[in-house]
Design a protein around this ligand. Structure first.
Ligand code: UD1
Ligand code: CA
Length: 489
């Protein structure tokens, strides 16, 4: 196979086109398909092929493409877009003494598979032809270059749609735009391409006839699956490609041991990894760099993005974004777990709970109507319904610390910066400030003010302002001394 050959391989990705029909500020090849920019899909397909160098021909918005690719490819700027032959010629100076193979692909054909490119390369090498071209048969070939074959099956020429005669326009075998060329033959032929055609362009496809006339054969490889070669010219094509790729991703995930109840309403990015015996319920979207462990139940109606879930995690009707949940956590229904949140083993986030930039200890429950921002909550802690961190005073974000084995009654406000010591239990409707719990500075009464007196003047003012923001009808009460835990979930 190609990847084992000693012969060197370079790839040229044509991506200088304007993408006019996309109507976009973004270069066409940077538009995502299933969460990954088109051109990255192509690079991903090339990766296992042992390509010595990837050249990307850029034109329209080339700086953006170049920034995106960084060191993954050499970008070659094509100032004037004079056609596909002209585009490939741009790399000639880079490959002056190169005596290997050149794989030519397009940046807007994101569904191509490694195996198919491998077969295209292997065929050229084993048959020692000047080139191979990947073709497919379409019921509606309009718009594509047609493959005209010799009697012996080799390709005589490729005729662009606009240049076809009445016989050629009926040919249903088309050029997909993928080729593997012997480098020397390719650059020899490119010098001889002219632009005397309907579009006044230098066609790469003309190299086939030029090589043939010099007794250098070009063969066709038929793509096994036409969905691999769908090209994208507009956003309708994007939606079609998205559907094909989505199906491919879901099949791979199902084959790996994951149950997907309804593939038609399940959207999973290519970058997502899911463990066996996890079930994905309908209306679920899983995006970005997400890892989900074994035996989880995700959905219905869940969005998970760039997050990590451990084993046996249940998420129902919720959004988890940039967060991490260890084994056996339960989230939802109707929870919003935001970036920077870490839920440790067996913690339980219930209904209408929002958590941002917070760390929750093992076996800790926040079951109803709560907001936790910038909080560190210990293990075995129970936060009653309506627990709210007041972490933002309009200017500054402050932290909340709650210890292990704490029980907060219903409707407690944690006015940050605040610290609740281990094993503290509070009454309902409390405003907790300063340091709460046994030891110096118990409760929210005078001792809390004492705790504050050690703070700077500015913090004191902020604390007063934050306290003033507490609704007047909330009685400020002293925190109860530790008492027997009365769990009322
Ligand atoms: C091309 C093929 C056609 C094939 C079709 C498959 C030629 C002449 N024709 O036609 O046989 O059926 O692809 O989709 O090659 N590009 C540049 N620089 C240029 C011109 C084009 O980089 O100067 C890039 C475009 O960005 C695009 C690719 O080359 O990625 C193909 O160009 P395009 O103009 O779309 O060619 P088609 O007319 O689609
Ligand atoms: Ca095209």
């Amino acid at each position: 196979m190609a990847r084992k050959s000693k012969r060197e391989l370079v790839a040229v990705i044509l991506a200088a086109g304007k993408g006019t029909r996309m109507n976009s500020q973004l270069p066409k090849v940077l538009h995502p398909i299933c969460g990954t920019p088109m051109i990255d899909h192509v690079l991903e397909a090339l990766r296992p092929l042992n390509v010595a160098q990837v050249y990307v021909i850029t034109g329209h918005l080339h700086e953006m493409v170049k920034d995106h690719l960084a060191n993954r490819a050499v970008c070659v700027y094509q100032r004037e877009r004079l056609g596909t032959a002209h585009a490939v010629k741009m790399v000639a100076s880079h490959l002056r003494n190169f005596d290997g193979d050149v794989l030519v692909t397009c940046g807007d054909t994101p569904l191509i598979k490694t195996e198919t490119l491998d077969a295209l390369i292997a065929r050229r090498r084993s048959h020692h032809t000047a080139g191979t071209v990947l073709t497919t048969v379409l019921a509606e070939p309009r718009g594509y270059g047609r493959i005209v074959r010799n009697r012996d099956g080799t390709v005589r020429k490729i005729v662009e749609d606009k240049d076809t005669n009445t016989y050629e326009e009926k040919i249903d075998e088309i050029n997909t735009g993928f080729y593997c060329f012997d480098a020397k033959s390719l650059f020899w032929a490119l010098k001889r391409v002219r632009n005397d055609n309907a579009q006044k362009e230098f066609y790469l496809t003309d190299t086939v006839e030029i090589l043939g006339a010099a007794d250098q054969e070009v063969e066709a490889c038929i793509a096994p699956d036409f969905t691999e070669v769908v090209g994208i010219n507009n956003r309708r094509d994007m939606a079609v490609a998205e559907r094909f790729l989505r199906e491919r991703i879901l099949h791979r995930i199902m084959d790996s041991g994951v149950t997907i109840i309804d593939p038609s309403t399940t959207y999973i990015d290519n970058t997502v990894r899911i463990g066996i015996d996890t079930t994905i319920h309908p209306l679920t979207i899983i995006r970005g760099n997400t890892f989900i462990g074994e035996g989880c139940e995700i959905g219905p109606n869940v969005t998970v993005s760039s997050s990590r879930l451990g084993r046996n995690v249940r998420v129902l009707n919720s959004v988890v974004d940039g967060a991490s949940a260890d084994d056996n956590c339960r989230i939802g229904p109707y929870a919003f777990v935001r970036a920077g949140t870490l839920l440790r083993e067996n913690s339980h986030i219930g209904t209408f709970v929002e958590i941002a930039r917070s760390d929750l200890g093992a076996n800790t429950d926040v079951l109803h109507h709560s907001y936790l921002g910038d909080a560190h909550i210990g293990a075995e802690t129970y936060l009653g319904a309506g627990t709210m961190t007041c972490n933002f005073d309009g200017a500054h974000i402050q932290r909340t610390e709650v210890g292990n084995g704490v029980f907060l009654g219903f409707n407690n406000l944690l006015v940050a910066p605040v610290r609740v010591r281990d094993a503290v239990q509070t009454d309902h409707n409390m405003v907790l400030e300063g340091t709460v719990g046994p030891g110096p500075g118990i409760g929210t009464g005078p001792s809390t003010r004492e705790a504050r007196s050690r703070d700077s003047e500015r913090e004191k003012q902020e604390a007063t302002a934050a306290a003033a923001a507490v609704p007047a009808k909330r009685p400020r009460r002293k925190a109860a001394a530790p008492r027997r835990k009365a769990r009322g979930k």
